[in-house]
Design a protein around this ligand. Sequence first.
Ligand SMILES: Nc1nc2c(ncn2[C@@H]2O[C@H](COP(=O)(O)OP(=O)(O)OP(=O)(O)O)[C@@H](O)[C@H]2O)c(=O)[nH]1
Ligand SMILES: [Mg+2]
Length: 318
Amino acid sequence: MQDSAPGAAPGKKNGVAVIIGRPSSGKSTFLNAAAKRLISIVSPTPQTTRNAVRGIVNAPDGQIVFIDTPGYHSSAKKMNLRLASLARSALDGADALLYLIDASREPGEEEALTAALAAPHAGKLVVAATKTDLVAPPELQGSAEALPAPLLRFVAAHIPSYDAARIIPLSAERRVNIGAVLGALFALIPTDAEHADQLYPEDCYTDQQADFRIAEIIREQALRRLRDEIPHALYIEVADMEMRQGGKTLWCRAFVCVERESQKRMVIGKGASLIKAIRAESLRELQDIFPYCVDLDLRVKVQKNWRQRDTVLSKLIW
Ligand SMILES: Nc1nc2c(ncn2[C@@H]2O[C@H](COP(=O)(O)OP(=O)(O)OP(=O)(O)O)[C@@H](O)[C@H]2O)c(=O)[nH]1
Ligand SMILES: [Mg+2]
């Protein structure tokens, strides 16, 4: 992924931008659209992102290293507390903050909690109202007319120092106003010597390790096919990896881990149809990501109460 050295380019700025927002507000979809590739997995299930996932966007103005965070929400559950604390700590050291609000939902208590996280950083904040394609016809999705009145009132009440005229209407899915968001973030990155050097070479788009990428791609495929409580009850363990055939093939043994036997049966599916589909589609995705073939030995196992176990959580959320 990297073959040229990072360095300074005259007139360009380079900085770190953290993306925050409620669960399912569209943070990872925005990052993938801005980077024009799959960096952070997406699903309709809240709490899809469980780590601070880095994605690098190179533009004529310079380089932004994005940190996609887990959806911010309040919950006393052990895993959710870790996710919320991860989102909070990602803010430290950021040059800019992108707060995404779902334009298709009435802002409620959970949104207020997220706004409280953003408000103290109003000086380095960009607020964008995303999913405008769900509330406005195509010709208005990038215009101020797409901004719902309750959302405007919400921002005025919860982040009073943020000028409502600076709220960017956005549709990450339809790629409307991605450039406008990038421009607004670049405007917040200082031009001092500290921001003159690129943090990553231009051909690098993420710093994720191979085992994490494999686990996430499998999890995305599993989330797409499972409903109810199962998406929250599963994680992927990459147990073993080995380069084979003289470096041509990466062999990998991975487990879809769930909490109960009944969930294991659901993940396997009738005649193993579901786990086979998860494996086949994961392999197709992995083929696009890695420069070598991937061979996947994918199994399902039960890890009772893993969401209460610090040893498992520490391995998954960092
Ligand atoms: N119509 C529409 N749907 C979107 C848009 N952006 C995201 N979505 C959908 O919203 C859902 C959640 O998207 P994600 O990108 O996973 O949201 P997230 O904020 O990263 O979610 P967590 O990681 O769980 O916090 C998915 O079903 C996306 O396809 C958009 O601009 N328009
Ligand atoms: Mg996400």
